[in-house]
Design a binder for this molecule. Structure first.
Ligand code: B4P
Length: 183
């Protein structure tokens, strides 16, 4: 399984597990959150436009992330596999991705949904302590997840690509569960 999409609430372990699996399979880990944070730090035009949304726990406008994903997936190292971590985040982004992949003659093999209860997410994110990991912003990110990202579960279920992993286990246990579903 070389082309994977990771979906789940903030703090579910998408970034953590992406790194493990990308290293093991020697495929790029493409995290829209990481790319946006690097753009904010470098004060690029994308970063300047994205910063306020990220600080408030809102999704940045679709067109900004769509443009960056189009560019990233067109690079040579993304032609034989990737893990998309944090993209798509809503149905409009998922529809864009379906169209882009068909243009690039690619397809996604599996969509992994990380299932973790809200109280566990809150504890994890508060202990990570990133700039957007304060209680008010986390609550907003969880609301945004429920309103905009959770509908992707039925979107990908209907494409018969969805697998759900229990993310409320140790990192090694989650990695083992993930290996079983993507092997
Ligand atoms: P992201 O960077 O995607 O932020 P996240 O969802 O909080 O990260 P993640 O869920 O990967 O964290 P992880 O579990 O690895 O997005 C940040 C912001 O960028 C968004 O709010 C939005 O503004 C913007 N954005 C990104 N993509 C976008 C898009 N497509 N469209 C629009 N806007 C977009 O780690 C969490 C913590 O849990 C870590 O400390 C980790 O060590 C710990 N952890 C992980 N697994 C664990 C386990 N099994 N047990 C215990 N702890 C664990």
């Amino acid at each position: 399984m070389a082309r994977l999409i990771f979906v789940g609430p903030p703090g579910a372990g998408k970034g953590t597990q992406s790194k493990f699996l990308a290293d093991a399979h020697q495929i790029p880990h493409i995290s829209t959150g990481d790319i946006l944070r690097e753009s904010v730090a470098a004060k690029t035009s994308l970063g300047v436009q994205a910063q306020g949304y990220m600080d408030r726990g809102e999704l940045v406008p679709d067109q900004l992330v769509i443009d960056l994903i189009r560019e990233r997936l067109s690079k040579p190292d993304a032609q034989s596999g990737w893990i998309l971590d944090g993209f798509p985040r809503n149905v409009a982004q998922a529809e864009f991705l379906d169209a882009l992949l068909s243009e690039l003659h690619q397809g996604c093999d599996r969509v992994v949904n990380f299932d973790v209860p809200d109280p566990v997410l809150l504890v994890r994110l508060l202990s990570r302590g990133r700039k957007d990991d304060n209680e008010e912003t986390i609550r907003r990110r969880l609301e945004v997840y429920r309103e905009q990202t959770a509908p992707l579960i039925s979107y990908y279920e209907s494409q018969q690509k969805l697998v759900t992993v229990n993310g409320d286990q140790s990192m090694d246990e989650v990695a083992a569960a993930l290996n079983q579903v993507v092997a």
